[in-house]
Write a protein that binds this ligand. Structure first.
Ligand SMILES: C[S@@+](CC[C@H](N)C(=O)[O-])C[C@H]1O[C@@H](n2cnc3c(N)ncnc32)[C@H](O)[C@@H]1O
Length: 203
């Protein structure tokens, strides 16, 4: 995903979500347009593209089916915050956190948050996933192919103790670097080959 080639097509649900809430989450932005001051981190990142609503619905349904009593939803590489805004409204999590290195995208995410009625707190945090520590408690960690294998490996290695302690789950969209998860002791709970979407738990 080094180009801005569209991976998943948005549909009427995505247009409706954006219009209904009066927010700005759609569109594709190249890495050059969203790069942070940390150029080394940005060089491992992908361009901005939001996950479609139909994927978020599938992720939410599957998260509920795991039976894990999730406390947090964390989107690593949250961009304009679409997944966070959707999950905050679902009632399935007590806290929602979006992490991104792009201050430009986080600015849009915070504006979007002001338009969404959410009963749970939504935090948008400027941080590099490679050094970010997940919050306490069982967490659904969402990745929509945000960065390359090296950055993913660093994020996982840095949070292995969290996964072992809490049983947190990873939901991975466009999961091209999923071998990295296996190398760190994760196993797939399921994978939708057509959607290239999968859930992973630690052994
Ligand atoms: C494909 S977009 C995903 C957007 C969002 N998760 C969604 O599904 O709507 C990838 C995002 O990852 C962010 N990103 C790239 N490298 C990162 C890093 N090292 N730490 C945090 N965020 C990063 C980019 O700025 C971009 O917003």
């Amino acid at each position: 995903m080094t180009t801005t080639e569209k991976i998943y097509d948005p549909d009427w649900r995505d247009r409706f979500f954006q219009r209904w809430h009066g927010i700005d989450v759609e569109g594709i932005l190249p890495v050059e347009a969203i790069a942070s001051a940390d150029l080394a981190a940005s060089s491992r990142g992908t361009f901005y593209q939001p996950i479609p609503i139909r994927f978020l619905k599938r992720i939410l349904k599957s998260a509920r089916a795991t039976g894990v009593p999730f406390r947090n939803f964390v989107d690593m590489g949250c961009g304009k915050g679409k997944a966070c805004l959707f999950m905050a409204r679902s009632g399935a999590f007590r806290r929602v956190i979006g992490v991104d290195i792009s201050s430009r995208l986080l600015g849009v995410a915070r504006d979007n948050r002001a338009h969404i009625g959410s009963v749970v707190p939504i935090d948008f945090v400027e941080a590099d996933a490679q050094t970010y520590q997940l919050p306490d408690g069982p967490t659904l960690v969402f990745l929509f192919n945000p960065f390359d294998a090296v950055a993913l490996s660093r994020f996982i290695a840095n949070n292995l103790a969290h996964f072992r302690k809490t049983g947190s789950i990873i939901a991975y969209g466009f999961d091209i670097e999923r071998d990295v998860l296996a190398e760190h002791g994760f196993y797939p709970l399921w994978r939708d080959d057509k959607k290239r979407l999968s859930f992973h738990a630690i052994q």
